[in-house]
Design a protein around this ligand. Sequence first.
Ligand code: PLP
Length: 427
Amino acid sequence: MKEHGIATKCVHAGYTAKNGEPIALPIVQSTTYKYDSSDAMGKLFDLEADGYFYTRLANPTNDAVAAKIAALEGGVAGVLTSSGQAANLFAVLNLCAAGDHVVSSTAIYGGTFNLFNVTLRRMGIAFTFVSPDCSDEELEAAFRENTKAVFGETLSNPSLNVFDIERFAAAAHRHGVPLIVDNTFPTPVNCRPFEFGADIVTHSTTKYMDGHATQVGGVIVDSGNFDWTQNDKFPGLTTPDDSYHGITYTERFGKAAFITKCVAQLMRDLGSIPSPHNAFLLNLGLETLPLRMKKHCENAMAVARFLEKNPNVSWVSYPGLEGDAEYAKAMKYMPNGTSGVISFGVRGGRAAATTFMDALRLCNIVTHVADCRTCVLHPASTTHRQLSDRQLEEAGVKPDLIRLSVGLEDVEDIIGDLAQALEAAAK
Ligand code: PLP
């Protein structure tokens, strides 16, 4: 049978109701599972039999949703995490220990940058940050003997840089390491990184996948394509794990080695699982993801075109606009649309941008993005308010920058609200 399309997978993948079973994914809100004998449970602990014993390691609701997202990305296996932060943390920790090194794009979410540059650095993992537009020489020079992975964001938050997946995957593979990409903004509806050579995909499912601002979550998906045994860089996967009955993950689990290790080791020791109820809420969002992404992109394109023409707007960044610096890469990696997120400048700088924000009536001032409601943020007066205009420029956040996440309202209403607030800012 022909492989199902993405909309069909969004509705059906991961859970099929059998005769007389509930059609909606059941919430298995139980921490533990009962067995008739110690021996039956022992086989689960030895990973010799399939089954559930404790929800920190696995839960049927969580597993069904992880399997759905793995199917959407075209991967072999996935695991849900309690946040997007945990997904990126675990993706790196599953490969790196103290003394190891990662090459990362600079165009990544601030929380991920902080996780890498401060917290993981403190734990002994080194990072070299390279501009996504760096020269081939600069990229090559970033690799070291102890490099274990390359990391980037397919569409970066908030700079909206489209990551050249093929180029970075080729560089990673030349050095015998995998490319990990955070695919939160485009979602697999608009971009499927495995088709361009990425090996591991992560998401903050808190964003479009949920889309209704009801749960914080993350996911890691493995393509199954990376050969961990090609060199001796990944002993955690290719040599016996003394903490898990001497299992060698690549020998025992083949293409599922990466995700099995992530669950058996990292989830066991560090936790960070979502509640099954959150996985259920995430699944409701996933069921309508293709419809919502299409509408987010249509609305954002109309809003971007309106902003481009507005005299009170100094600049607009939206990779879907023909004149945008990222347009050519957007057409290659996400031809059906990028996301609903736009950034633009209010003419008149920081003060005018603040007046604009205060005049908005429909758009919501929140730190969130990728929601059914239009969300708007002025970093210079909120998240970055302690910085001077000069420090803001240095951080790549212009004082007049507005991050606008276009929602699912009637686009005339969104544009009407923006138009009246831009007029107020010009007075
Ligand atoms: N990755 C990206 C691209 C994000 O935008 C975010 C949050 O905004 C995260 C990761 C972190 O996700 P979470 O807030 O779910 O921990």
